[in-house]
Design a protein around this ligand. Structure first.
Ligand SMILES: Nc1ncnc2c1ncn2[C@@H]1O[C@H](COP(=O)(O)OP(=O)(O)OP(=O)(O)O)[C@@H](O)[C@H]1O
Ligand SMILES: [Mg+2]
Length: 415
């Protein structure tokens, strides 16, 4: 089905919006006793929002962080990876790199929200994070400067496969270690495979101890003397140039000086992900492909003994689409469209249009209903994995500001 999905346009949501804009102080009340997701957030220090691409991980992470700060969870940091432009600017994140920023209370008040804790936000700047990692792990400043100046490093630090995944976990570890926040909600990168970031620290450690790397760092000259690899190098020399090959060689040699640090860190990050204070929230829509990926993800978390705190089902179709009475009405409307059109007492020649409109509306309803039933079945499947399942509807606009995040947050917290 290719139609656009219906969006939530209930009168209550319209009223909420009106109230938010008409009153500066229409406070979001604290979470209800029974809000399991709110309790989950209240009892952890690290919440990792993960799942398939494009399902709402960044939005969910930001909404959860906002809700926690409104519920006085102390200092809350939302570490986002790739917020959409409008959301980034609403959070004051435009062009700020790695720096952590507090969302000013004024801005929250203006959005109709009553801050009780502190909401901090940061974005993940891969290049900046790599540079600071090099400074930290290089044995001395001279080595650090040589790595940073190496053309190969400059190229790959921004684009290294999985460098995003790895650096996200690195930053999380760092920020947690510094202990400045009571809660860190971290968004995860849009990986080709949602599981990539879980293995990133280990893969980095493996990479540093790999035979490939050891081979690369054999000084370039001695490799030329090696009969077996000489033909390869002669060709590579011609194609890539001697400078490039020696850049590679130097880069990996220097990088290997940081081996110890990387391996230790990979271990520490792994431990932090398993810690009782850390929980994962898998976000997904109920479309078949993401739902399948989310299910694999959930199973992988369990295989790795990581804590699945909750499943968030985003952009879920409204339940009225599954109302059998409504479906019968749609069916009848389709069947009786010509009679109904005739009863509208329209000017001559309009009845045919009315017939078409009524038929298409009725068919569209039935089509969405089919999708809604399929979603409900998917939901049952995913619902088996966690005691906490939060469903969020598809809203009538993108979520690009604090009021929108609060609206999503309220649904997440089951208000
Ligand atoms: N419940 C919702 N209703 C309407 N729009 C939504 C909802 N949730 C998210 N969106 C919108 O969907 C888009 C994608 O959301 P988001 O960026 O959070 O996804 P993501 O999982 O982080 O994507 P990526 O994998 O690319 O990082 C955004 O424009 C956001 O405003
Ligand atoms: Mg995202």
């Amino acid at each position: 089905m290719t139609q656009k999905r219906p969006k939530e346009t209930t009168s209550s949501s319209g009223r909420e919006r009106q109230e938010a804009s008409s009153s500066r102080h229409s406070f979001v009340p604290p979470a209800r006793e029974g809000s399991l997701l709110a309790k989950l957030i209240a009892s952890h220090e690290i919440v990792i929002a993960c799942g398939p691409g494009g399902v709402g991980k960044t939005t969910t992470a930001a909404a959860l962080g906002l809700m926690a700060s409104l519920a006085d969870r102390g200092r809350v940091l939302v570490l986002t990876v790739d917020p959409a432009k409008r959301l980034a600017s609403a959070l004051g994140l435009s062009g700020v790199g790695n720096e952590e920023h507090r969302v000013p209370d004024d801005v929250l008040w203006t959005a109709g929200l009553a801050p009780r804790g502190e909401l901090w936000v940061a974005m993940l700047d891969t290049k900046e994070s790599w540079d600071s990692l090099v400074h930290r792990y290089a044995p001395d400043e001279k080595t650090a400067s040589r790595i940073l100046a190496n053309p190969l490093y400059q190229n790959i630090s921004g684009q290294f496969v999985q460098s995003h995944d790895y650096i996200a976990m690195e930053r999380l570890y760092d920020i947690h270690l510094e202990g400045r926040y009571d809660l860190i909600v971290i968004d995860t990168p849009p990986s080709r495979n949602a599981l990539d970031f879980l293995s990133a620290p280990q893969r980095m450690a493996d990479f540093f101890s790999s035979r490939f790397l050891r081979w690369l760092v054999i000084p370039y000259r001695s490799r030329l003397l090696n009969i077996a690899s000489r033909p390869f190098y002669q060709v590579a020399d011609r194609v890539l140039g001697t400078q490039f090959l020696s850049d590679i060689s130097e880069f990996f040699m220097l990088f290997q000086a940081m081996y110890e640090g990387f391996v230790q860190r990979a271990e520490a990050v792994k431990k932090l992900l398993k810690d009782d204070r850390t929980t994962f929230i898998v976000v997904s829509t109920l479309e078949p492909a993401p739902a399948r990926e989310a299910e694999l993800f959930v199973q992988e978390l369990s295989r790795r003994e990581l804590d699945l705190g909750a499943v968030v089902l985003n952009k879920v179709l409204p339940s009225y689409l599954r109302d059998p009475h409504a479906n019968k009405i749609a069916e009848r409307m389709r069947r009786d469209a010509p009679t109904l059109a005739a009863k509208l007492s329209l000017p001559v020649g309009y009845a045919e249009h009315a017939d078409r409109v009524l038929t298409e509306v009725a068919e569209s309803f039935s089509n969405f209903s089919i999708v809604a039933y399929r979603e409900a079945a998917q939901k049952e499947g995913l619902g088996n994995y966690s005691d906490i399942i939060a469903s969020v509807p598809f809203f009538d606009t993108d979520i690009f500001d604090l009021a929108g995040l609060a609206r999503l947050g309220e649904r997440l917290f089951d208000r």
